[in-house]
Design a binder for this molecule. Structure first.
Ligand code: FAD
Length: 384
């Protein structure tokens, strides 16, 4: 039997990967999507997105893949103690069940999906890339014309092509979530954001409810910090317990995440070269100023598929087309890279940063949210 051949190989069955796979398969391209974990698998993430996320995916999200509680308000706590509430509908889900659905969706559109299958290495040959895979101790090599890296911040294909460029030695900080049950005054329809450098040094610290489709009901408290993550989360959690009169607090699960992609390094954002395209966090598109990354991951997956379709049909160089389609998203991410909370040394500076930014952000949310309803999935503008 000859070596299996595909038009497109995609590593990473989370957000960017399955969205790319869906849109590749939709164009009739023979597509293989691999995910190293068995699905459903856990992923440290708040799983909160804007409604336009569904438009980028291009299919309605089944209600049983969403949390039972709807998030419709954001309560913002400023460093100076002021609190404001804004109404805003959000999507909320657990990444385990959501990512599994996306992989199955790509499959339904005709992509081949293998879970428990890892990308190991690749090499270029005259007739395309040779990809070495491993599943359950067995090794296999396939050939593909186009290769998409959707393996997140550890970016396994990118690391092979580009080495440590855009990464730094050791970690660049960590994020930590505690799942807990408690009685008290927290509201399940509200995303609580606490802007305070004692709690989080890159964005806000968070609290929200996750009522799972099976009825299990948790609160999640979490934050990110360059170092001493437990100390900062414990301090923040004590503040939350006091503020919302929480009683009978029981931590049922802790989950953490750390990566070495360098948030401030210009070279972090890299879309790939030749027939190798980087998407989502593997392309460096996580945006801590916006506080989210799944929308950019989905959009980059969709646009990578579009670029591959155009390149395959019209013999165009895929990298140029992808870079052109991604121009606005890359420009926004680069701009935000240098204007985030990291630029504030004190809470007073953070307060000034927020005073200046909040009105602008509110207006932008108001208008772009309305315009996004009129725009196609490929032309969504990321918020806030
Ligand atoms: C604590 C925390 C909270 C967050 N909250 C939000 C939020 O509320 N909203 C939001 O929009 N964003 C949030 N983000 C960011 C968001 O999680 C990422 O931007 C998003 O997951 C990126 O998706 P991706 O598809 O690029 O990669 P990832 O989600 O990182 O997935 C990469 C996939 O590749 C797989 N993989 C890795 N190596 C291999 C291999 N060798 N072979 C095959 N598969 C492989 C992994 O198993 C994984 O499934 C949060 C991040 C963190 C850390």
């Amino acid at each position: 039997m000859g070596m299996p051949e595909y038009d497109v190989f995609i590593a990473g069955g989370a957000i960017a990967g399955p969205v790319a796979a869906k849109f590749c398969a939709k164009q009739g391209l023979k597509t293989l999507l691999v995910e190293k974990a068995k699905v459903p698998r856990d992923k440290t993430c708040s799983g909160i997105q804007f409604p336009y996320f569904e438009k980028i995916i291009g299919d309605p999200i089944p209600p049983d893949r969403l949390c039972r509680n709807t998030l419709s308000k954001v309560e913002i706590h400023f460093p100076n103690g002021k609190v404001t509430q804004v109404g805003f509908p959000m999507l909320s889900f657990m990444r385990s069940t959501f990512d599994e659905w996306l992989c199955r969706l790509a499959q339904a559109y005709g992509a081949e999906f293998r879970d428990g299958c890892s990308f190991k290495s690749c090499e270029e040959s005259a007739s395309g890339a040779l990809i070495h895979l491993e599943a359950g101790g067995k090794h296999e090599t396939i050939r593909a014309r186009y290769v998409v890296d959707a393996t997140g911040m550890r970016a396994v294909i990118r690391r092979q092509l580009r080495g440590a460029e855009g990464f730094q030695r050791g970690g660049t900080g960590a994020t930590l979530n505690y799942y807990f049950t408690a009685d008290g005054d927290l509201q399940p329809d509200t995303l609580y954001q606490f802007w305070n450098l004692e709690f989080n040094d890159a964005m806000f610290a968070w609290v929200y409810n996750k009522t799972l489709p099976d009825g299990q009901d948790y609160w999640v408290v979490g934050t990110g910090y360059e170092k001493d993550i437990y100390l900062h989360l414990d301090r923040f959690f004590a503040h939350v317990q006091n503020l919302y009169h929480l009683k009978n607090v029981n931590i049922v699960k802790k989950e953490g995440y750390s990566a070495s992609m360098s948030l401030l390094d210009e070279r972090r954002i890299w879309l790939g070269e030749r027939n190798f395209l980087m998407t989502g966090d593997a392309a460096g598109l996580i945006d801590v100023t916006r506080g989210v990354g799944m929308d950019a991951a989905a959009l980059s997956g969709r646009l990578a598929a579009k670029a591959i379709g155009l390149a395959a049909r019209e013999s165009r160089p895929v990298g140029e087309t992808y870079a052109r389609l991604m121009k606005d998203l890359v420009a926004q991410t680069r701009k935000n890279q240098h204007s985030g909370v990291q630029s504030c040394a004190t809470n007073a500076a953070l307060q000034t940063y927020l005073d200046k930014g909040m009105l602008r952000m509110g207006l932008r949310m108001f208008f772009q949210n309305r315009l996004n309803r009129l725009r196609s999935g490929e032309h969504q503008v990321m918020l806030p």
